[in-house]
Design a protein around this ligand. Structure first.
Ligand code: HEM
Length: 366
């Protein structure tokens, strides 16, 4: 279904958002293919119906909570500890460039089977690929570079599988058929940006919320069992992927507003997640809310494949930051943090102070 006309229809209310995301017959994901295929290739995010179900069932097992548990000690905890260790002795840091932008990229590289030393390069390619629709030349160049980098790794896993996602994907079969190269690279070029870009914003949003609400910071530092509530409230309050796109397959209407077949639809999950009829004072950040459900991971057939991984990274990442950076507070000499962005929302900078402590390595030597 191609997108027609110049109008963009926005769906903002909770019930309508939920309905649209659960009705792929009327609201197709093909718009994602139209926007992102030049940069990512054949991507799961842009498929509908049986094709989507089959493709998703190939990759879904690797993202089940039970399969991910192993990565907590193998990759997630050591990665965040390494980054926090670098800043702990300094007493000050800029948490976006020092921690949140680096950590999820390293985790997803390790899970996929890309050498973690190259995770900064992957983070850069991911940002350029995601920004492709706005800056096509840079997006295409990054897409080509990522594929060229991945090709020898794919060939190596074909010859000799390892315990990584790349090996699972290369050897996965539907009805006796392997993934075509276009789909394999399409998935990898979605997965690395999807895994890196979103969680990095979510972690920045959670830290911003804590830094702007010192009373909540104090409670969460004292009682780390509050971290899951902090994560869910952050995802609701500042939904990192504020909108997802669809295209109407037929003439339809939402809340009395007609949408013609081919109409481009922006489903604004960030708006639904603050809706007044559902949340008492939805603009307020409040980890004690009775309703903790949200639509930050979407819903329906395309619901985020990486949500268990994202929650695990956020739980471990925030726990280590709060444990190792005591008396964490905003740097009063810097401007207060601002959460911004449309497709992806997060703070661009988080200058902080904390009580300096020796790095784990120095502590062990003394
Ligand atoms: C807090 C972090 C994250 C947020 C807020 C988020 C949000 C979303 C949303 C809203 C969708 C649905 C898109 C749609 O309906 O069009 C989605 C899909 C997806 N996400 Fe995430 N995501 C996060 C983390 C991750 C991670 C860590 C990974 C992978 C490692 C990942 C992989 C995917 C994939 C592959 C899809 C496509 C699923 C499909 O089309 O069936 N995400 N995500």
């Amino acid at each position: 279904m191609g997108i027609t006309g110049g109008s963009l229809f926005q769906i903002t209310r909770w019930d309508d958002v939920e309905h649209a995301l659960r009705d792929p017959q009327t609201f197709s994901s093909a718009s994602n293919l139209e926007h992102m295929a030049p940069y990512m290739g054949e991507l799961i995010l842009g498929m509908d119906g049986n094709e989507h179900r089959e493709y998703r069932s190939l990759v879904a097992p690797a993202f089940r909570a039970s399969r991910l548990a192993h990565w907590e000690d193998a990759v997630i905890r050591p990665s965040i500890e390494m980054y926090v260790d670098e800043i702990a002795p300094l007493g000050r840091a800029e948490l976006v460039s020092d921690i949140t932008r680096r950590f999820p990229a390293r985790v997803i590289c390790a899970i996929v089977g890309v050498p973690v030393e190259d995770s900064a390069q992957f983070q850069e390619w991911s940002e350029l690929i995601n920004g492709g629709p706005m800056h096509p030349k840079a997006g295409m160049a990054a897409s080509r570079a990522m594929r060229e980098y991945l090709e020898p790794l794919v060939e190596a896993r074909r010859a000799e599988p390892r315990a990584d996602l790349l090996s699972d994907l290369v050897h996965a079969e539907v009805d006796g058929e392997h993934l075509t190269d276009e789909r394999l690279y399409g998935f990898l070029r979605l997965l690395l940006p999807a895994g890196a870009e979103t969680t990095y914003r979510a972690m920045g949003n959670a830290l911003t919320a804590l830094l702007l609400h010192p009373d909540v910071m104090e409670r969460v530092v004292a009682d780390r069992d509050l971290v899951p509530a902090l994560i869910e409230e952050t995802l609701r309050w500042e939904t990192p992927v504020a909108q997802v796109s669809r295209v109407a397959t037929t003439d339809t209407d939402v809340a009395g507003c007609p949408i013609p077949a081919g109409g481009a639809v922006a489903v604004i999950v960030g708006s639904a997640d603050r809706e007044a009829t559902r949340y008492d004072d939805g603009e307020r950040f409040d980890i004690d809310r009775s309703v903790q459900t949200h639509l930050a991971f979407g819903t329906g057939p395309h619901q985020c494949l990486g949500m268990h991984l994202a929650r695990l990274e956020l739980r471990v990442g925030l726990d280590v930051v709060l444990e190792r950076l005591p008396n964490l507070r905003l740097d009063p000499a810097a401007s207060p943090p601002v959460i911004e962005g449309l497709a992806f929302r997060g703070p661009t900078s988080l200058p902080v102070l904390f009580d300096a402590s020796p790095s784990a390595a120095e502590g062990a030597i003394r």
